[in-house]
Write a protein that binds this ligand. Structure first.
Ligand code: CA
Length: 440
């Protein structure tokens, strides 16, 4: 299917593998034995230290216990498990692809149906709470969906929707890591300056155009020294894995502040990520060709590489759901707002890392890159309310009759992601959920 990536498949991807953890074998779980995503967790409400864990079905393998269960049989795996047992995954991220792969293989072998069950290594996910899995030194947000860039550009600049640099440069800006939270967090509606078109002067108050952005988060593994760019062909060896990212955005603050230097306070009040990081090794069978219209410029040489066109993308389905306070009170399931796919991205993960470092910028283990809002080519595949409501002009009607243009206090946004391919199990990202509280 993806010939360039078949070389990366190994026994851990065998679609026939099942686990002695029965909940991993349901066919509907996000976490079959072929996935094995990582998190940082502890028992909910306890004073335990946070430590690394790996999802299997509805359980977590406690890496602090797993390390001791390896009995020195495999030094590379034991060493990786030891790094993963810390309260942040940065040291494991820094250890590189061979260490990540050794850990994955050891986990896969220990969890297989034909291995001796070790239930004492497990913590049920329902009894766990999670933390941001890395000390995120720097956070950069990109803008890789041309469909999002065009739709938003039309709203902000009707005469000039897509700026001429878009098809040449992976556009991004430096965000802040200090307000990145973990799924389940809530945050207060931001306040700030806004000016609508007819007003002579700005006013100050709570944002009235609060939005979400459906993004993929990219955790950097091993970094690079300042002045030594990461080559595009080598870039994926520097990527630890992917998660889900909701980049909450205040559109009214954004419209007033974004020129000339880009987003600032409209973006850095809260961003929320899923607890689980799905490794690139787990995603190897779910790669997608990268395509560029013949009419568009082809990437400059530093953004081109051998695997780009064959399998540079990721076939990851993404969806956004909304649960209002009323729906929650009445016990209604969240309503789906849209569905999209990461394969539509105009730039690949490897291109983002190659571009980010081409000037000599240093990346460090645990740095986070945001993909930018992943809107698909169809209007209903938009990854933000700004697009779905056409700038707030066309309200959405929810299944219970409520309407939304932008988010209201009490609204909870849930994002999910998963990858599937014929003949292989579906692997999922879990979810990222976050709730809007009233402004202070
Ligand atoms: Ca964003």
């Amino acid at each position: 299917m993806n010939p360039n990536k078949n070389a990366q498949l190994n026994e851990t991807h065998d679609p026939l593998l099942t686990s002695w953890v029965a909940s991993a074998n349901t066919g509907t779980t996000d976490f079959p034995i072929q996935n094995l995503p990582l998190c940082v967790f502890r028992r909910r409400g306890s004073a335990q230290a946070f430590r690394g864990g790996v999802a299997i079905g509805d359980q977590i393998v406690d890496l602090a216990l797993f390390e001791n269960a390896l009995d020195g049989a495999d030094d590379a795996a034991r060493s990786a498990a030891s790094l993963g047992a810390r309260d942040k995954l940065n040291a494991l991220m820094d250890a590189g692809p061979q260490a990540w792969s050794a850990l994955r293989l050891a986990l896969s072998r220990l969890l297989r149906l034909d291995a001796a069950p070790r239930p004492e290594l497990l913590v049920p996910q329902v009894e766990a709470e999670y933390a941001v899995p890395a000390q995120i030194g720097d956070y950069t947000d990109f803008y890789t969906s041309i469909h999002h860039a065009t739709a938003v550009g039309k709203l902000f600049r009707p005469d000039n929707p897509l700026l001429p640099n878009y098809k040449w440069v992976p556009i991004g800006y430096h965000g802040r890591s200090s307000t990145i939270g973990i799924s389940g967090d809530s945050f207060r509606r931001p306040r700030g300056q806004v000016r609508s078109g007819s007003d002579a002067e700005p006013s100050f108050g709570p944002s009235r155009r609060l939005d979400y952005e459906l993004e993929v988060g990219i955790f950097v593994g091993g970094g690079n020294a300042q002045g030594e760019p990461i080559a595009a062909a080598d870039a994926e060896r520097h990527v630890f894995g992917l998660c889900l990212l909701n980049d909450w955005s205040a559109r009214d603050l954004q419209a007033w502040e974004y020129q000339p230097l880009g987003p600032f306070l409209s973006k850095n009040f809260a961003s929320t990520i899923s607890p689980w990081i799905v490794t690139l090794e787990a995603l190897a069978p779910y790669r997608a060709p990268w395509q560029r219209d013949a009419a568009d410029p082809q990437p400059l040489p530093y953004l081109d590489y051998a695997d780009l066109r064959g399998a540079g993308g990721f076939d990851i389905e993404l969806e956004v759901l909304l649960e209002t306070e009323t729906m929650r009170r009445e016990g209604m399931a969240p309503a789906r707002l849209s569905q999209s796919n990461f394969r539509h991205s105009y730039w690949t993960v490897a291109q983002l890392l190659a571009h980010h470092t081409i000037n000599g910028c240093a990346m460090r283990p645990g740095d986070l890159l945001g993909s930018g809002t992943q809107s698909g080519p169809e209007a209903e595949e938009a990854g933000s309310l700004l697009e779905l409501t056409v700038g707030g002009k066309q309200p959405l009607t929810l299944p219970n009759g409520e309407q939304r243009v932008f988010l209201e206090d009490g609204d909870r946004i849930v994002m999910r992601g998963w990858a599937k391919q014929t003949g292989r199990p579906r692997i999922g990202f879990g979810e990222v959920a976050g709730t809007v509280l009233a402004a202070r």
